[in-house]
Design a protein around this ligand. Structure first.
Ligand SMILES: NC(=O)c1ccc[n+]([C@@H]2O[C@H](COP(=O)([O-])OP(=O)(O)OC[C@H]3O[C@@H](n4cnc5c(N)ncnc54)[C@H](OP(=O)(O)O)[C@@H]3O)[C@@H](O)[C@H]2O)c1
Length: 257
């Protein structure tokens, strides 16, 4: 009997880092469940993967709403079966001066970066425990380990995401289920380009200069590419490294715990 191809749920996979992770895991033989809010961009992501022979299903949902995690799990089970891999990647990066950071901004950021991943982990973990197999990857950030100006809500949320992953890792020690928080620095995606346009709108530098400065804030002195982040995630899923918090913004990348 042949073993069915493993199933990976990747949230925020209609574009950016998530789409690249979906492609990398697909190339490693996974069937992918693509998750984001916008059904049209999910359909084009699915088409894009199909061109490389990667099977995928889509689930259009706002992960901040109650019941979203159960909906995603049901979509995975209906299309392919129980998930072997969960990648919590969906995210937004609001910016504001500290004193302009509102409760609503913090709540929304925590909802997407902390509550939604927690709900998804709660949904998939019982099945993974039953099979004693699985991998949960959290797309955190160096903002989960240190701070950047004008990102109070994001920095708080990413620190919480890293903490959540570390707590989960302690409870998975004697299982074959693995979990990682992956921490890239700035990555060249819509989020960063939008931030660069915001900086340029203040009139002092161009968007290109702003992008270059962001890259220079990375320890590696340049932006990461989405494929670089995706390759790290695919490596962590495929190999069995020991460690939990994987810092990509290092030369070479390394686990710090
Ligand atoms: N770019 C960076 O510099 C950088 C650095 C370190 C870490 N990260 C992290 O990497 C992850 C991906 O970032 P990215 O730069 O690839 O962002 P992106 O290009 O803006 O993509 C974000 C993805 O998340 C989805 N999404 C956003 N809000 C959602 C919601 N409420 N429910 C469901 N899906 C939602 C988006 O689709 P819809 O809009 O259709 O929902 C999209 O697919 C984030 O967690 C981010 O914090 C990014």
């Amino acid at each position: 009997m042949t073993t069915p191809a493993p199933v990976a749920i990747v949230t925020g996979s209609s574009r950016g880092i998530g789409l690249s992770i979906a492609r990398a895991l697909g190339r490693n033989g996974h069937r992918i469940v693509l998750v984001a809010r916008d059904a049209t961009s999910l359909a084009s992501a699915q088409q894009h993967l199909a061109q490389s022979g990667i099977a995928s299903a889509t689930c259009a949902v706002d992960l901040r709403v109650d019941g979203a995690a159960e909906l995603v799990l049901a979509a995975a089970q209906a299309a392919f079966g129980d998930p072997d891999v969960l990648v919590n990647n969906a995210g937004t990066a609001p910016t504001a001066k500290f004193e302009a950071t509102t409760d609503a901004m913090l709540d929304e950021t925590l909802a997407l970066h902390v509550h939604a991943p927690l709900a998804l982990i709660r949904a998939v973990l019982p099945g993974m425990r039953q099979r004693d197999r699985g991998c949960i990857v959290q797309l955190a950030s160096t903002a989960g380990l240190r701070a950047f100006p004008f990102t109070a809500a994001y920095t708080a949320a990413k620190h919480a995401m890293v903490g959540l992953t570390r707590a989960l890792a302690t409870e998975l020690l004697r299982t074959n289920i693995r979990t990682f928080a992956v921490c890239p620095g700035f990555v060249d995606t819509d989020i960063t380009r939008q931030a660069a346009r915001g900086i340029a709108a203040r009139g002092k530098i161009t968007a290109e200069q702003a992008l270059q400065r962001m890259g220079e804030q990375n320890e590696i002195r340049r932006m990461h590419s989405v494929d670089e982040v995706a390759a790290a995630v695919a490596m962590l899923v495929a190999a069995r490294p020991t460690g939990c918090t994987y810092v990509l913004d290092r030369e070479p990348p390394a686990f710090i715990d």
